[in-house]
Structure formats: structure tokens, C-alpha cells
Design a protein around this ligand. Sequence first.
Ligand SMILES: [Zn+2]
Length: 425
Amino acid sequence: MKLIATIIALLFSIPFINAQNFADYFTNKSLRVDYIFTGSASNQAISLDELSQLPSWAGRKQHLAQLPLEGNGQITMRDLKSKECIYKTSFSSLFQEWLSTEEAKTTPKGFENTFILPYPLHSVEIEITLLDTHHNITASMTHIVDPSDILIKEKGLSHITPHKYIIKSGDEQECIDIAILAEGYSLSEMDLFYQDAETACESLFSHEPFKTMKGRFNVVAVASPSADSGVSAPKLKQWRNTAFQSHFDTFYSDRYLTTNRLKAIHDALAGIPYEHIIILANTDQYGGGGIYNAFTLTTAHHKMFRPVVVHEFGHSFGGLADEYFYDEDVMNDTYPLNVEPWEPNISTRINLSSKWEDMLKQKTSIPTPVSEKVKYPIGVYEGGGYSAKGIYRPAYDCRMRTNEYANFCPVCQRALQRIIEFYTE
Ligand SMILES: [Zn+2]
């Protein structure tokens, strides 16, 4: 009898272990945490910059203590008293990409990083951790946040940036909220920006699985004005005063358009419910970048705008890896060959079963020869993640490989579908 009672007690306790009730731990507001990641290739550290409160929470209310993906960094929020994990999220950062540059070997630098967390009811401990490509911790920092701290700045109650909804499928509580921001558009160019935001949206929702799952998204275009028109192109000696100070030639790579001014981006969004960020740059120069759970930034007036904005959003929203590579790339330390990368659409075959092995037709040759690409829309094709050897991709072509191909491959589609479900179910 005692045993039966124990089993019944255990059965009843299981849902409470897995599913925490949002309202038990959080209020319907957001805690914005600004950090500075500093250091060089040999030594990194994280410092807290600023805390602020935003008027609503647009993020998920389920899977609170689970990670969407592993990421290159993680944040864990624990109830201070019980030490129970009450929220988790993951991200990647420009700082971590910069660590592999020549400059990082000699010169320590600092990078802004901002995260939006649910606003806790009681004091919490927040742990933030950076991981290297071997999944080892390279920097970690823990701090306590008392939600009644008078120095937590209230933002987003006034001076809200003008904005328009392009898609409004439902309440911010139920839907995934994408904000599209303007970079390098002067006040008089905002009609052009709204048109460009519509184009980005049209392109995104012409791709599966976004097309079928459109009803789970809200998209808002946010008219953040710049003093100058256009964006900075250092190689052309063109510097512009823009809302987010973005520029081409990031790490001296022509097409890499990024910004380190994360606080300015989030300031422009204060008071508007948002979870995922797309920034459109008012230029016809080719380029862009997408960083997982940070932002997509892309040029709006190049002829490849439509595919590129979706490709970059594949990185920033879905944590997808680049499936492209160059034939001459054989030695590349972006993805070490003795570790399975966390990105869902590439594999070193160290642990293919954690990836798309279940989607392969019986008798698929591994590696799959390119000559069989028609027979095997899903295979294990060698080349991906910037390396021609040792890294494998799931399909011959994909939105994550070329601008010419029209779709995400089936494996990327499934990965995106899973993440949409994670945020909305
Ligand atoms: Zn793919």
C-alpha cells in the first residue's frame, strides 16, 4: 500500500517537475540584461553592464527550463532561495567569432551583448556561460538580481519608436514576435523602409516551414531613424552616422555587415513586444550577417535581398549553420572534426544519430555521392560549415548553402519547425 501511495505521489509530481507555471515565478514584464564580453583569444570574461525593465514579456511561457538549442553561450536563471532552474536560453555572439581573428591574439576588446529574460517575482541568480567549439566553458559569471532593486531602469514607457504591424496573428503572449528595424534610413526614407520590411516578410513567409506556420508569428516594422542615409563601408572610406553604427568589413571581411551596438538596437525596441530581430540596412552593397538569438542584419537594396534575409534569419532564429564551403577549404578550425557541432544542419558524423540519420532512406550511401542527389534529397553530402572535407550537410542544396536555391532543405525545415513549436506549444 505504501508502495502504491509512493507511485501515485510520483506520478502526480512528474508534470510539476517538467512544466513550471510561468505565473509562479514571473510577472508579465521583461528583464533586459546588458553584458560586456571582454578579453582576447587566450582569456575571456563577462561583466554586467546594466539592468532594465520592459513593460511586457513576449517570450515563451512553456519549456522555461529547457534550452532551444545548445548555442555558443547559455543563460540560466535560478530561484535564489530554492536554486531551482526557472528559465534557460542560449545564444551566439560576435565576440566569440572575433576570438578566432589575428587581432584577438594580441588585443583585448569588449563587445556589447543584450538579452531579454522574463521578469522574476523574487530574487534570482543569473549565470551566463560562454562555450568554445569543443563545448568547453571559456568564461562564466553569476550575479544576483533583486526584482525590487530601485536601480533597475524602467524603459519603454514613453518615447516609443514609431512602428507598424505587417503581420498580426495574435497576442504577443502566444505568437513569436519578430521586429524589423531600420538602419541607415533617414526620417524622410521611412516609406521606403516600410516597403523593404514588407519585402523581407514576404520572402520569409514564402519559405517552408514559415509559410505553413505563419499564423504563429507577429511581425512589426520599427522605423528607427538614422541621421545619415546609407551605412558605413570602411573599405570605401564611407562612414555614416546611423542608428546602430553598423558597417561592412567586419573583421576585414568585405561582405560581413554587423554591429557591436546591441544596446542601441534594444533601446530602439523598448516598449514594443519583440523576441527576434531583423535589421535592414539601406544600401545596395551586398552583405549581411546573422547571429543566433542576437540579430539578422542585411542589405535591403541588393538584388539578392530576398534570399539573403531568409538565409541570415536561418542563423539568427534557427541556429542553422552555413552549409556552404569552398573547394580549397580543407583545414578550418571553425568546427573541429572530433566534435559533433550543435547546429542541427551539419555533422562531423561523430554523432549523426543526434542529427538527421532518422530521415535517411534505407541504403543511403554515407557519404552520399553528388551523382545521387536526385535519388537522395536527404543524404550525408561531404562539404559544409566552410570545409570541403570532414563536415557533412544533409542535402545537395539549401537556402543555407546558395542564394539561387529556393528552399530550406528538409532537415533545415524540420529544425525550424521544431524551434517554432518549442516557442509556441
Ligand atoms: Zn539545409
